[in-house]
Design a protein around this ligand. Sequence first.
Ligand code: HEC
Length: 288
Amino acid sequence: MKTTKVKHLFNLVLLASAFTVSAQEKSISGIVTTRLVQADGQTTAFVLVDPAKPTVAVMATGDDAAALFPRNQVKLTGTTGAGVFGSALPVKTGSVAIGETNQPFKSQPITVAVFKDATAQAGNYVQLTGVTFVADKFDASGSAQVKAEDGSTVGLIVGAGVAGRETPKGVTDVFGVVVKSGSEWKLVAARFLPVNRREMQALAATATCISCHTPDTRLVGPSFREVAASYRNDPSALEKLVTQMQNGGVGKWGQAPMPGLKAAVPLENMNKLAAWVMSYQWDVLLAE
Ligand code: HEC
């Protein structure tokens, strides 16, 4: 009898110490893949700590939330708790430190069919290739449905930044993190890119744009993501970008001039290039 009691006590002590261990602060470092700004200002970000493992959901507000921008390399401290999509790491205020920005990482291709039961993909950063948006606009909560060629659909969770905006037109690749929301598997979207982007990259090479621009980082001229971000709320963005390509310009982004390319690049190609540059606006809108 006595030994059982002692054993029980010993087990209790073990349990208690296991609990202390799991509730302890934990430091992680990795790349932010996706973030979702909720209505109450709370932000959930998905951090890729190990490319072979699912992302880690972290929660933050204020400056910490602002630092959790996609493609930032971050280091942070948090304590395991409950999040919107299961377990998450609420971060200790002021603990998020940014290292490099614009860090690349890989996505795994996935099909719409997998979303019937995506348990095996939970938390993974994936790419849904060749889908189209069901509705012309995002709803007021910033959600949308995309459909595959066979007509089956997946729900996207996007966030306040896109509420009421027009959805991308044409065939799109959607990138994001697989989550369970209520009883449904959904995708917290991080990027929308047109499927013809490789063709556009080739066109940009022929038109010499890539000697001065890249989509992601600043060279002689601004990155296309920066340009798209600054014009994201301008309804005449496409015309303005085409005018820049035709006539060139200087002083908007720095002291380096862009030459006018009217003689070298047909207008039809400039229109296509302008649409491609503006497709990078989603990177910013989805994180807002
Ligand atoms: C010789 C280098 C060079 C080439 C070639 C070049 N650009 Fe630029 N581009 C620049 C520079 C520099 C700027 C910034 C100009 C400024 O500060 O106003 C710029 C600005 C831009 C902008 C931003 C315009 C704005 O209103 O903010 C766009 C869009 C752009 N370039 C697209 C292109 C495309 C598309 C091509 C190919 C057809 C191209 N550029 C070719 C150097 C170049």
